[in-house]
Design a protein around this ligand. Structure first.
Ligand SMILES: Nc1ncnc2c1ncn2[C@@H]1O[C@H](COP(=O)(O)OP(=O)(O)OP(=O)(O)O)[C@@H](O)[C@H]1O
Length: 270
């Protein structure tokens, strides 16, 4: 079966500096794929290159078709992207922000799903995304009045409302409290079960271990380890790449093994 996403020798160079080097990857439909690595490792660069937002060499295929050759509107319908940058360009109402997720389906600018011609599918997608991210009660608020975590959830709602085949989320849980972190990860898992493919950038290693099917560990723009979560999140990798000594624990609950990874101390010998 053709993988949903294929990256062949994806590399990014800016002003002679290599930000990403030789990433080869095949991600299956319905997979929850995690990108991890320390600050500056190249995770956002990889996601942006995948989204064709940076000049890159190599190739990205979606269901076997070149993304570079795809027109922008089709790309915007098929891949939804949550950037790490949470600056708001203007004080838009939450429900209007989320409605922007339906823009790739429209020919021209429209507001909040209220414009004539907004379809039942648009309304349903917007409403579902507002509920799924727990911002329904905030939908009439100006997004510049939200807390950091509330704003992060509203931004995620916009991306969910696209209902794209592929969702690329750059640190979607970084600003969230523990309950909302779990809710968002469970939501991403549920989206994968219903056939969406998700690529997620994470710093929380326990969430990466618990929710992702596979991981790619990047360091200084290069892939260091890729594959099953347990092999990627080894003590050696945590020490050599992150420079931390981690406690890796297991607890049996309901007959299942729960694994957790707690960065405990700076590994001064790394
Ligand atoms: N436009 C640019 N020009 C020069 N250097 C850049 C540019 N964009 C990113 N970089 C550098 O490339 C490296 C990778 O950046 P990137 O944003 O991909 O890291 P990251 O893994 O997402 O990190 P973080 O965990 O901090 O978000 C960093 O050293 C960054 O400073």
């Amino acid at each position: 079966m053709t993988p949903c996403l294929q990256l062949h020798d994806l590399s990014v160079q800016i002003r002679g500096q290599t930000l990403l080097a030789g990433v080869d990857l095949a991600i299956g439909r319905g997979e929850l794929f995690g990108l991890i690595g320390p600050n500056g490792a190249g995770k956002s660069t990889l996601v942006k290159a995948l989204m064709q937002l940076l000049p890159a060499s190599g190739e990205v295929l979606l269901e076997g078709a070149s993304l570079a050759a795809m027109n922008a509107r089709e790309r915007a319908r098929r891949l939804a992207y949550l950037s790490q940058d949470d600056r708001l360009q203007w004080p838009i109402r939450v429900r209007d922000l989320v409605a922007l997720g339906r823009h790739p389906y429209r020919g021209s600018w429209w507001r909040g799903g209220q414009a004539p011609g907004a379809s039942a599918a648009d309304h349903a997608a917007i409403e579902q995304a507002l509920h799924a991210t727990d911002v329904w009660a905030l939908r009439e608020r100006r997004s510049d009045t939200l807390s950091g975590g509330e704003r992060a959830r509203a931004r995620l709602a916009r991306v969910l409302a696209v209902e794209a085949e592929v969702l690329l989320a750059d640190e979607p849980v970084a600003a969230l409290d523990p309950m909302h972190q779990l809710r968002v990860m469970e939501l991403l898992r549920a989206r994968c079960r219903s056939g969406q493919t998700v690529v997620v950038v994470l710093h929380d290693l326990t969430l990466a271990s618990r929710f992702c099917d596979r991981l790619l560990l990047l360091d200084q723009g290069r892939p260091v380890a890729s594959g099953a979560v347990d092999s990627v999140l080894s003590s050696d990798n945590l020490r050599s790449v992150y420079g931390v000594r981690a406690l890796i624990g297991e607890q049996i609950e309901g007959g299942e093994t729960r694994r957790y990874i707690v960065p405990w101390a700076v590994a001064h010998d790394a």
